[in-house]
Design a protein around this ligand. Sequence first.
Ligand code: FES
Length: 210
Amino acid sequence: MSEGAGRGPVGTPADHEVEVPAELRAEIEEIISRYPQKRSASIPALFAVQRRYGWCTPEGIRQAAAVMGVSAPYLESVASFYDLFHLEPAGRHRILVCTNISCWMRGGDQLLDAFCEATGADREAAGHGGALSADGEIHVSGFECLGACDLAPMASIDERYYGPLEDADAAAVVDALRSGAEVLPDREMAKRPLAGGPDGDPDPRVAGSG
Ligand code: FES
């Protein structure tokens, strides 16, 4: 790849040419420090942009590119490859409902129906790439296996996994997102003991566990 004015690949915005919010800069710099190659930070840096602006805005991509010293078109190409990134407005919250085999067998389609009903998102569009709630705040999408089949039926809500979910949980999730309350703390995967959450009761089938 050709270099531009000694500052990186052509299309790389010079850091001083781009105004980058201090928190976003600090977050991306911390991400870069985890990797031997700065390009390896592309995906988490794009997530940082998406969290800040709600989607990967052209200016947000330019800001990340300036901090990383890579070209904006390169980062945009990464963002356009993965369907977890949005290159157009996609609300402040994201709900991905798994409708793949394990979740489908346990009611994943109905769970997607329930989230669409709770948000006002168009069900047909939600099942084919995603749809925004009536107020434009929540993006709902059916999704292929999210790799947490033991939680079936499950959903990813603002990048955190929850399950097993019941249809009636959809309205509670949407209320929590809109009010800023914690989403279903008893159903969050990260709070399970095996994921580092508080210890549960000892398994009575395991000798000496009691
Ligand atoms: S089938 Fe839903 S997480 Fe795997």
